[in-house]
Structure formats: C-alpha cells, structure tokens
Design a protein around this ligand. Structure first.
Ligand code: SAM
Length: 228
C-alpha cells in the first residue's frame, strides 16, 4: 500500500475534524503564532488535507498551499468549500516549487520528511530557500524516526482501528517498512528515516537556524531563515 491509501485510513492527516488532527493543530498553533508575529504570505508545503492552511488563514495570513497528491488536494478543496476558504490549493512537487524567487514571508513544512530521501530533501530545502523572501522564515516540524522506531516496535494504536504490528528497518536504517493491522485488514508503508542531526546538517546548507525545540520524546519544531 502506498502513502495515498495510508492517508485515507489515518485520520490524523486526512480528516481535519478528527480529534487526532485537532490535537496536532492544538499542539502547533501556539508555536506557529509565537514565530509568525507579522502577517504575510505563507506557503503550506505538502499541505495534505489543509488544516494548517485554514488555521493560518483564520489568523489573518495570506495562504497558498501545495501538495503532490491529487486525492489529498481533493480533500483539502472539499474542506475549503465547506469553510468558504480562499486558500489556493495547487498541485506541485516540493522538489520543484512552482513559484517565483522571494515570494513568501513564511514556508511551513509539517510532518512530511518521511516522503523524501536525502537528495530529495536537499532539493526541497534549496527550493524553500529560493521562494522565501530575505528575512523570511522556514518553519519545520518533524519526527525523528530513529527515536520513534523503538517505541513503535512495542506496538502502538494508530487512529481508531489500526495498530502497528511490525517495524522493519532496512539494514542501513535509511528507511523502515511499517505494518499497520486492523481486525480485518493490514497494510505496509515504507517511510524515510530522518534523524535530527541529518536534518540540521542539510538545512545548514541553505538556512541559519533561529530556533529549535523538542516537543516530546521524538518531535522537533524548528525555525530557519534563508542565507540570503
Ligand atoms: C503526513 S502528510 C502532512 C500534510 C500536512 N502538512 C499536515 O501536517 O497535515 C504529508 C504530505 O506530503 C505530501 N507529499 C509527499 N511527497 C510530496 C512532494 N514531492 N511534493 C509535495 N507534497 C508531497 C503528501 O501527499 C501528503 O499530503
């Protein structure tokens, strides 16, 4: 099973009205507000179902959102219609962002590192630095999977119906295949494994770090500004 199907069963990413999704927003909203003190143009990169785009729009930001998945964008546009939102949802690849240089005051990139291998993430960071205005902010929230995998190996409930039944890292621990099981179904998804040190090393090529905090045992909220 690929990511698209994974997202359809994991409400924390696909249903902005679910408790799991709301909890993510509740955790991140105060941090976003603390670091996004002046209003401006925001790119919600790999926006998924769009919950963070709507949050920032409600807070007075001018938001454009981009994702590569047509099904996630469809979901986001449905939610947008219900909310009378003016957020523009654009199909595109984070490795080649379809916007001009110096277009945004902020780029937010939340919970999406698992989709990218090292060379790809390098391209994404380079693109983020390009589309940010000088002095703009890149806001990154991610899970250090190296820290999380041992916890997942103990088996964990995901959403209402699934638990993690297997975690199979490749020998080099660059990716991990995770098996989700329910009473009647199971599927496996391969994730890229990112540790904090590797993320920071890559980011350092294009950005200066302004802030970093660890939110729980394995999640990091970081703020960068482009070196330009
Ligand atoms: C876990 S979801 C997170 C979505 C959103 N940021 C959130 O926190 O709710 C990761 C998203 O990354 C998107 N994605 C994966 N590869 C991408 C790429 N190359 N370019 C843009 N989006 C991508 C997926 O379609 C998915 O919607």
């Amino acid at each position: 099973m690929g990511f698209e199907e994974y997202y359809t069963v994991i409400k924390a990413y696909s249903d902005i009205h679910s408790n799991e999704y709301k909890k993510r927003i509740e955790t991140l909203e105060p941090l976003l507000l603390k670091h996004m003190t002046t209003r401006g143009k925001v790119l919600d990169l790999a926006c998924g179902a769009g919950g963070f785009s709507f949050l920032l729009e409600d807070l007075g930001f001018d938001v454009v959102a981009l994702d590569s998945s047509e099904s996630m964008l469809e979901r986001a546009r449905e939610f947008a219609k219900d909310k009378n939102s003016r957020v523009e949802f654009v199909k595109g690849d984070a490795k080649s962002i379809p916007f001009e240089n110096n277009s945004f005051e902020y780029v937010i990139f939340i919970d999406s590192l698992v989709h990218f291998e090292a060379a790809e993430l390098n391209a994404v960071f380079k693109e983020i630095a390009r589309v940010l205005k000088p002095g703009g902010k890149f806001i990154l929230y991610f899970t250090d999977l190296r820290e999380l995998l041992p916890i997942l190996m103990g088996g964990q409930v995901v959403g209402d119906n699934y638990w993690i039944s297997k975690v199979l890292p490749d020998p080099e621990e660059k990716t991990a295949l995770i098996e989700f099981q329910s009473e009647s179904n199971h599927f496996r998804v391969r994730f890229n494994v990112w540790g904090t040190i590797a993320v920071e090393l890559l980011a350092k090529r294009y950005f200066r770090q302004l802030h970093s905090e660890k939110l729980n045992k394995h999640s990091y909220f970081q703020v960068y500004t482009p070196k330009k």
